[in-house]
Write a protein that binds this ligand. Structure first.
Ligand code: ATP
Ligand code: MG
Length: 437
């Protein structure tokens, strides 16, 4: 087969055989978000580029190298969202959601776009689940957000994922820390990559997040931010740890985490899986809302990579609930029987059960083969004789037992009864006890 084109490099299709896994995970995320009092926000896939320049930060890899930016026919410069926080914050401000009172708590599920080299767990279109809290300065908020992320891993039964936390202080601590970093890296400037040369001036902390081997090596011995944070930031960090201790969430303080986005202040955290890297990253961004033109609003959040999470579940052999299979397949032999099958199938669906009939135009045998393939729990074959007699037999595909049903209005109640008993039959059969005919 020669197709005119294939999917774009770095993009992936989520196929019908796998989409149930996404749905299952997304349902858990929505459920957990709800229990923590978060409501969903959906923002456009593109924004004016300036939003990301100002929020994610124009010294970051994301903005400098990875953003899909283009000029529209109308002359606007817009970008596909590389992450979910900026759009959510913009929408919160634009619609004055803060007027409903603080804290504002939102979650999102979104596609993200970054022009990156494709790799294991790295794509150009990927998906994030994220949670954001606006207007919450206390350490309880940091702990709540970390607990919420943790609860998703817990619910999914993920093992061996470690929570690493750090504090990168406030702008005041940052000034002192930048000075120390500049001094350290200036002495080894020749060994840094080109990009890090400009980072040295504009944002030396970014060097700590550089993916170049040489820079990473030098960064290992760089001054640690925790040695430079002020008393208040230090107290805030201690309070976060206290809350995590109170609920028994274990963590490791990792003084090298700085995160890849400019807007973070104070607490930053990552959930890291062995061999896969960071599955979830987040932290506090007290300066972001002001940066976007709003009032000073202490805020925080995290983004969780869906693809990496699904890889992790697969690697750990975690079974995700499969979607329910077909409850009833109705085969039709003659033309008149096919019409009846179609009518009854539609009726069964209206009572919220899953039903199918032939829409391909198959003969009886391949229809039954199909019923097997889709794992139908019950089947019924209709021929002219059955229509004449106005009754037919429903077969329990697992036990082989059959039961008679009327084909008039009584059909649906009769099937429902059989369906409920059939669940019983299957259960009894599993226990080694035969169901009755
Ligand atoms: P990394 O250091 O791995 O590039 P990051 O710091 O750029 O990650 P964030 O911007 O914090 O990542 O995004 C949060 C999460 O989104 C990551 O922890 C990861 O799970 C996921 N993620 C980020 N970039 C990609 C990508 N290109 N493909 C798939 N998932 C990604
Ligand atoms: Mg990255």
């Amino acid at each position: 087969m020669k197709l005119i084109t294939n999917k774009v490099y770095g993009a992936e299709d989520i196929l019908p055989a796998d989409s149930y896994k996404w749905q299952f995970v997304e349902d858990i995320m929505r459920g957990q978000a709800q229990s923590y009092g978060f409501r969903e926000i959906r923002t456009p896939v593109f924004e004016h580029t300036v939003l990301f320049d100002r929020s994610v930060g124009d010294t970051t890899d994301i903005v400098q190298k990875e953003m899909y930016t283009f000029t529209t026919k109308g002359g606007d410069t817009i970008s596909l969202k590389p992450e979910g926080t900026a759009g959510a914050a913009r929408a919160m401000l634009e619609h004055g959601i803060y007027n409903e009172g603080y804290p504002v708590k939102v979650y999102y599920l979104t596609g993200c776009y970054r022009y990156e080299k494709k790799n294991f767990g790295r794509q150009r279109e990927f998906h994030q689940f994220g949670m954001e809290v606006y207007g919450a300065a206390s350490a309880y908020a940091d702990a709540e957000v970390i607990c919420a992320a943790n609860s998703i891993f817990d619910r999914l039964g993920v093992r061996d994922i470690s929570l690493e936390i750090n504090s990168i202080g406030c702008p005041e601590c940052r000034a002192k820390y930048y000075e120390a970093l500049r001094e350290y890296f200036s002495n080894r400037k020749d060994e840094l990559c080109e990009t890090c040369h400009s980072r040295l001036e504009r944002n030396p902390m970014r060097i700590l997040d550089c993916k170049e081997q040489g820079c990473a090596e030098i960064a290992k011995d760089a001054p640690k931010v925790l040695d430079y944070i002020c008393e208040e930031c230090s107290k805030h960090f201690d309070d976060v740890k206290k809350c995590l201790d109170a609920v028994g969430i274990s963590y490791k303080v990792n003084p090298t985490i700085v995160r890849g986005l400019d807007y973070y202040t104070r607490t930053v955290f990552e959930f890291v899986a062995p061999e896969l890297g960071t599955v979830c990253g987040g932290g506090r961004y007290d300066g972001l809302i002001e940066e976007l033109g709003g009032q000073h609003t202490p805020s925080l959040g995290f983004g969780m990579g869906m693809e990496r999470l699904l890889i992790l579940l697969e690697k750990q052999g975690i079974e995700l609930e499969r979607p329910p299979v077909c409850d009833l397949y109705i085969a039709g032999i003659s033309e008149a029987a096919r019409v009846k099958a179609f009518e009854l199938t539609e009726g069964v669906r209206n009572s919220s059960l899953i039903a199918e009939c032939d829409i391909v135009g198959r003969k009886l045998k391949p229809q039954m083969k199909y019923a097997d393939k889709i794992d139908a729990k019950f089947s019924m074959v209709l021929g002219d004789d059955d229509l004449q007699a106005n009754k037919a037999k429903i077969k329990n595909m697992a036990s082989g037992t059959t039961r008679e049903v009327p084909l008039d209005e009584g059909f649906y109640d009769a099937f429902f009864n059989i369906y409920v008993n059939g669940e019983n039959d299957i259960y009894l059969q599993k226990l080694g006890i035969e169901g009755e005919d």
